[in-house]
Design a protein around this ligand. Sequence first.
Ligand code: MN
Length: 156
Amino acid sequence: MKNTLIAATMTAAALGGAPANAQGIQVFPSGSSPSVIADPKNFSGQVVVDLLTPPSVETPASSGLVTFAPHARTAWHSHPAGQMLIVTAGKGWVQREGQARQEITSGDVVWIPAGIKHWHGPTDTNGMSHVAITYIQNGKNADWMELVTDQEYQAR
Ligand code: MN
């Protein structure tokens, strides 16, 4: 399988065609996608999502900037192939089901492994923005569940 791929790539190169992975550097200009209000089925409160990079065949992940007003949050959910959060502003919480929430702040990086039920959002006193890099498996990047209740959100 691997040898077949190498042979095919070498053949393409020998024939003057570029190998399939010879993609150039891509710049995705800021603001090139309009901001969208997050789907209230999957988010509570005021949440704005800016798509930063779409998935591609070579990079099965998308990235987006998510901006939460205080008290907003995701619903409970999991990711079939994991998710990285890079907190860019403010203060927030991330919680794995059955565990205490953890505070996160600007500059923190959070890795959420595949299949872990969790939510993330700002604290009740501060807004929060994070870049979310979400990996895709079988065309899906999240399994959405029930909304996080106020009681669950405020629980320590
Ligand atoms: Mn998540």
